[in-house]
Design a protein around this ligand. Structure first.
Ligand code: GLC
Length: 602
C-alpha cells in the first residue's frame, strides 16, 4: 500500500508509535551494584506509559544489549545471543518485562548485534581453535600479507587496524570495532541459519521487533580490497584513527547485503506484525535501498540525518524534504535525534530552549520518532573525569570522543545518585540531577518533561500527526521551519523558530494546499522579518495584542512563489514549547518568540 496515502487508522504500531530507547546499564539499578538492570526497567515502566498523560505515553521501547557479555563494548560484544547477563537479571525477569510492557501496550524491541560476536562467544572459541575447525569459516580469517602484514588496510572504528593476528593459527581475524569483537562471515549459510534461530528465539518470547546493529556492514567486498584514503578527512585525527582517514568503499554497503536482509525479513514475517529497524548511515540514494526494492527488507532503516544538521531551520527543512522526496511509496520515514553513541541533544544544539523546539519537531514530523532516555528531561552531556572514561572509543581515540557522556545514569529524583542506585553508579551522575530529574519536572507544568508528555499525548490523539501527510511551507523567513500535517479534515500547522530573535511569519493560503508531500515551489527566501518582542503572557495565559502590524497580502511579483495569502485566516495554538499560550492567532501574522515552536490547529 502507498505509504503516503495509507489511512492513519490502518497503520502498523511501528508506524504510528513512538520508540523510547533505554540503555539498560544506566536506567535503574535494583540489585545494588551500580549498574542498571531489567527489574529496574520493570519498576519504571509507568514512566514510559501508565495509560495516562502523567506518563510519557510512548508505544515501544528499544533495549540496548543485555546479553551475556565481557562488556568490552558494554554489551555490543555478545557472548550468548539467547540469554541475559547476570548483571541485568535472567530470562525469567526478561519474560516478566515483556509481560509487564505488553500489559501497558508498550512493544518491546531488542538490540541484535549480528555483525560481530564477543571473542568469548563459544562460536569464536571454536573457530580460533584450529584452521580446520568446522566453525573456522564462521568468522573472517585471512592469511597475513607478505612480510606478516594485515590482509588489507582497513581500520577499526575504535582505533588501530581492523585485523588482529592470532599467533596460534597464524592468521588474522577481522574486527572493525575492538579486537574483542570478531566479525562473523555472513556469506556462510550456517551463520545465517544460526542467526535466524536467534531471531525466532526472541520472537517466541514475545519480542515485537529488533534494532539491528551496523546492519550495512554484514557483507564485505568479496576480495577484501583496500579502502581508498579520504581526501576530506579531518587532518587533526589521531594517527591511530585509521578508519577515520579512509573512504568506506569496500568494508560496508555491498550490494550482496540486500540478499541477507531479505532473508532476515522473511524470518520476521514468519511471525505477526514484527518490525526490523536497521542501524545504517549511508547517503540517501544508497540508504533508501534498505527498504528493499519491494518493501521486503527493513521496515525502518534508521534515519540519523537530522542529527548531522547544524541548528538551522533551512538545513532541517532541506533534510526532511529530501528524505520525503527520496522515499519509495512503501517507505515509512523515521527520525532520530539522540542515542547512546552521540553527545546529548541539549548539549549539541546549544541549549535547553533549542532542545525543546527540537522535541516538537521530532514529535510532529511524518514518521516514527525514536527518543533517547533522559532527553525528555533535557539531560546534558555528562562530564566524565579522564580516569572514569569507560567507552573504548574514548579510551582509544581521545577523551573528547567518549560516548560515556550520553550514558550517565537516568535522573529520577534529588536523592543521592539521582534515585538511580543505592551505590556509586558505573558512570558519574550529572551534577544537575538535583533540579533536573523526573520527580521535580513532574510537578512543574512548564518543564521539558511536561512538554514531552504534552506533545506525546497530543500526537497519540491526532491522526494528522501520527499518520497524516507532510508539506513544508515557504513563509519568507529563513529562521523558521514551518510545515502542515493533515489527515482528512484535521490540519495542524507546526511553526518552529530556530533563532534567538522573535519572528513574524505569514502562512501562505492559510496552510491549505496539496495534501501530500510536495517539494517547495522555489527555494526559501533569505531574510524574513524580525518583530518586536512579544510582551509576557498576561494573567489568564493570553498574550497581549500583536505589537507589529499584520502583514499585508503579498503584491503580485513581490515574492518568488505565487501562492495566495488568505486574509484574516486564523488558527488556534494547541501547544507552545514555552507551555504558556493556547490562543487564537492570525495566520498572516503569526508571531513566534525566540526559540519558540507552536502547533496550530487550522
Ligand atoms: C553500533 C552501536 C555502538 C557499538 C557499535 C559496535 O554503532 O550503536 O554502540 O559500539 O555498533 O557494535
Amino acid at each position: 500500500m502507498n505509504g503516503h496515502q495509507q489511512s492513519p487508522q490502518s497503520l502498523h504500531w511501528w508506524q504510528r508509535g513512538v520508540v523510547y530507547q533505554i540503555y539498560p546499564r544506566s536506567f535503574k539499578d535494583t540489585s545494588g551494584n551500580g549498574v542498571g538492570d531489567l527489574q529496574g526497567i520493570i519498576d519504571k515502566l509507568d514512566h514510559l506509559n501508565d495509560g495516562t498523560p502523567r506518563s510519557l505515553g510512548v508505544d515501544a521501547m528499544w533495549l540496548s544489549p543485555f546479553y551475556p557479555s565481557p562488556m568490552a563494548d558494554f554489551g555490543y560484544d555478545v557472548a550468548d545471543y539467547c540469554d541475559v547477563d547476570p548483571l541485568f537479571g535472567d530470562l525469567a525477569t526478561f519474560d516478566r518485562l515483556v509481560a509487564e510492557a505488553h500489559r501497558r501496550d508498550i512493544k518491546v524491541i531488542v538490540d541484535w548485534v549480528p555483525n560481530h560476536t564477543s571473542d568469548q562467544h563459544p562460536w569464536f572459541i571454536e573457530s580460533r581453535s584450529s584452521r580446520d575447525n568446522p566453525k573456522r569459516d564462521w568468522y573472517m580469517w585471512r592469511d597475513p600479507k607478505p612480510g606478516g602484514l594485515p590482509p588489507n588496510n582497513w581500520g577499526s572504528f575504535f582505533g588501530g587496524p581492523a585485523w588482529t593476528l592470532d599467533e596460534k593459527t597464524g592468521q588474522y581475524y577481522l574486527h572493525q570495532f575492538v579486537k574483542e569483537q570478531p566479525e562473523l562471515n555472513w556469506r556462510n549459510p550456517a551463520v545465517r541459519a544460526a542467526m535466524a534461530d536467534v531471531l525466532r528465539f526472541w520472537m517466541e518470547r514475545g519480542v515485537d521487533g529488533f534494532r539491528i546493529d551496523v546492519i550495512g556492514m554484514l557483507i564485505k567486498d568479496a576480495e577484501l580490497r583496500d579502502n581508498p584514503p579520504n581526501p576530506d578527512a579531518n587532518p587533526n585525527l589521531p594517527p591511530n584513527d585509521i578508519a577515520g582517514q579512509q573512504m568506506h568503499v569496500y568494508n560496508q554497503d555491498q550490494d550482496e547485503v540486500h540478499d541477507v536482509i531479505r532473508e532476515m525479513r522473511q524470518v520476521l514475517d514468519e511471525y505477526e506484525d514484527r518490525c526490523a529497524i536497521g542501524e545504517l548511515g549511508f547517503e540517501l540514494p544508497r540508504w533508501v535501498k534498505y527498504y528493499g526494492e519491494k518493501g521486503d527488507e527493513l521496515h525502518l532503516p534508521f534515519n540519523f540525518r537530522l542529527m548531522e544538521q547544524p541548528w538551522d531551520a533551512q538545513a532541517m527543512r532541506r533534510s526532511v524534504d529530501k528524505l520525503e522526496a527520496a522515499l519509495p511509496d512503501f517507505g515509512w520515514p523515521n527520525y532520530v535525534l539522540g542515542s547512546h553513541d552521540s553527545p546529548r541533544l541539549a548539549s549539541r544544539l546549544g541549549g535547553q530552549a533549542q532542545a525543546r523546539v527540537a522535541a516538537m519537531m521530532l514529535l510532529t514530523l511524518r514518521g516514527t520518532p525514536t527518543l533517547y532516555y533522559g532527553d525528555e528531561l533535557g539531560m546534558e552531556s555528562g562530564v566524565i573525569p579522564p580516569d572514569k572514561i569507560q567507552d573504548p572509543q574514548g579510551v582509544n581515540l581521545g577523551a573528547e570522543r567518549t560516548r560515556d557522556v550520553a550514558r550517565t545514569p537516568m535522573q529520577w529524583d534529588d536523592s543521592p545518585n539521582a534515585g538511580f542506585s543505592d551505590v556509586e553508579p558505573w558512570l558519574p551522575v550529572s551534577e544537575d540531577y538535583v533540579t533536573r530529574n523526573v520527580a521535580a519536572q513532574s510537578t512543574d507544568p512548564t518543564s521539558t518533561l511536561s512538554l514531552y508528555r504534552r506533545l506525546l499525548w497530543y500526537r497519540r490523539r491526532s491522526p494528522a500527526l501520527y499518520g497524516g501527510s507532510y508539506r513544508s511551507l515557504n513563509v519568507g523567513d529563513e529562521a523558521s521551519f514551518v510545515y502542515v500535517r493533515a489527515a482528512g479534515d484535521e490540519r495542524r500547522l507546526i511553526a518552529l523558530n530556530f533563532s534567538g530573535d522573535p519572528r513574524c511569519i505569514a502562512i501562505p493560503n492559510g496552510g491549505a494546499g496539496e495534501p501530500r508531500f510536495a517539494p517547495p515551489l522555489s527555494p526559501p527566501q533569505a531574510g524574513g522579518r524580525l518583530c518586536p518582542p512579544l510582551s509576557p503572557p498576561q494573567a489568564g495565559g493570553r498574550l497581549s495584542p500583536p505589537l507589529s502590524p499584520p502583514l499585508s497580502p503579498p503584491q503580485a511579483g513581490g515574492r518568488s512563489h505565487a501562492l495566495p495569502f488568505a486574509e484574516g485566516g486564523t488558527g488556534q495554538i494547541a501547544i507552545s514549547t514555552h507551555m504558556d499560550r493556547e490562543e487564537k492567532v492570525s495566520l498572516s501574522n503569526l508571531q513566534l518568540r525566540p526559540h519558540e515552536g507552536v502547533i496550530v490547529e487550522l
